[in-house]
Design a protein around this ligand. Structure first.
Ligand code: FAD
Length: 387
């Protein structure tokens, strides 16, 4: 039976015809191109690179950007795309989020005309891949303490430092790298192959196995003067990119939760114990009811946030709340679905285990669950409690 997302509150009625068409096109793509191959890639810890150009044809990269061969969609349509991609796998959604929200967005928002012309159309088509280097071995939740330095030398810059846990790092043609300068934190576009710039992929992950995660190393790496993003000054540059990407994660997590719920609901109706389908037991129904309720609340949170964003009224703390809540409920739902599947739930013949493991990364990256609690706490009290 074809996958149909849960829509307990008839939320589709709150979407435009265009939004539904876009969502359904991505849903169909995921059913046809991602679901059949993703378990093998996760098992073998390989990135399905053959999907990169196809996703470009589908228009998922930088899809809210106007011009530069991008789709120019509204934030809700973008969110629905992220939801459907993550129904397939958080790694596929991460690839698209980083490409669009963390690379194309800063180039579009803070880049020069030449940088935009050079990178955006090629990235929209998936011909060029980007990564976003902010986190360092000793600076994760506190990126402002970063050690990576860029110093002016002659008519260019020299970069020194290390970035860690960088999605797409090993496959990226261009890295958006954040570094301290005499003038504060600035962003730079560093091209693959630049002498002094090397990458190492991170192995042994039990999470996001179908996604490339890498370290970036810069050792006396000379880059030209025009590698700097002229419009990004200070920590608010990278933080604004993270707000973009976190918005997509808030939607994406719903897709992972829906995939698990769909699987567990179907399973509960056909798995017979004590001569009855397990769906007929009250304790199983209580789990299904709780999950459907949490998915519905997450959908309403994401949709309202999307409409606020479309009106230019969304706040970073509202994005934090949606990212924090939706990833947490998705992780809890993945674990609960794994339980409903019994022993079968621990094999990769079923999706729940993969989603559960993936969501352990999603709850940590782009601001951990607890850091988002602190963002909301600061918005409520006016008192920052980070340090
Ligand atoms: C698969 C994967 C992909 C990633 N991709 C990228 C990427 O593309 N680009 C990039 O730049 N980064 C990326 N990251 C890094 C990610 O953003 C960081 O892991 C994240 O910011 C947390 O930093 P940390 O791992 O150093 O944890 P830490 O900051 O060391 O946190 C550890 C624990 O301490 C808690 N903690 C920290 N500070 C406080 C505080 N003030 N109050 C209370 N609790 C606190 C945290 O909530 C957490 O529970 C990725 C990470 C993963 C796992």
């Amino acid at each position: 039976m074809a996958y149909e997302g849960l829509d307990f509150y008839h939320i589709d009625q709150m979407l435009s015809e265009e939004e539904i068409l876009i969502r359904n096109a991505v849903r169909e793509f995921v059913s046809g191109e991602v679901i059949p191959i993703i378990e093998r890639h996760a098992r073998e810890a390989t990135f399905p690179s053959h999907l990169v150009l196809k996703l470009g044809e589908l228009g998922v990269y930088g899809s809210t950007i106007k011009g530069y061969d991008c789709a120019g969609l509204n934030p809700v349509a973008y969110g629905l795309i992220m939801q459907e991609l993550e129904r397939g796998d958080s790694g596929i959604r991460s690839f698209a989020s980083v490409q669009g929200g963390l690379c194309m967005y800063p180039i579009y928002t803070y880049g020069s005309d030449a940088q935009k012309q050079r990178w955006l159309p090629a990235m929209a088509r998936g011909e060029k891949i980007g990564c976003f280097g902010l986190t360092e071995p000793d600076f994760g939740s506190n990126p402002g303490g970063m050690i990576t330095r860029a110093e002016k030398k002659g008519d260019g810059w020299v970069l020194n430092g290390n970035k860690m846990w960088i999605t797409n790092g090993g496959v990226a043609d261009v890295a958006v790298v954040w570094a301290k300068t005499a003038d504060g934190i600035r962003g730079f576009l560093v091209e693959r192959g630049t002498p002094g710039y090397t990458t190492n992929d991170t192995h042994g992950k039990f999470s996001l196995r179908a996604s490339v995660t890498s370290e970036l190393h810069f050792a006396d790496c000379h880059i030209p003067a025009d590698a700097i993003l002229p419009g990004a000054k200070g920590l608010k540059g990278p933080l604004s990119c993270l707000t973009q990407a976190r918005y997509g994660i808030a939607w994406g997590a719903i897709g992972a939760a829906q995939a698990c719920f769909d699987e567990a609901l179907r399973y509960s109706k056909i798995r017979i114990q004590f001569d009855k389908p397990i769906a007929s037991f009250q304790l199983v129904q209580a789990k299904l009811a709780w999950m459907a309720t949490e998915i519905t609340k997450a959908q309403l949170l994401a949709l309202r946030l999307g409409r606020l964003k479309d009106a230019g009224e969304s706040l970073p703390s509202q994005v934090s709340m949606a990212k924090m809540n939706n990833v947490k409920i998705a992780l809890d739902i993945a674990r609960m679905c794994r339980d409903i599947l019994g022993a079968n739930g621990i094999t990769d013949e079923y999706q729940c285990g993969r989603h559960m493991a993936n969501l352990e990364s999603v709850i940590t990256y782009e601001g951990t669950h607890d850091i988002h609690l602190l963002v909301i706490g600061e918005a409520l009290t006016g008192i920052p409690a980070y340090a």
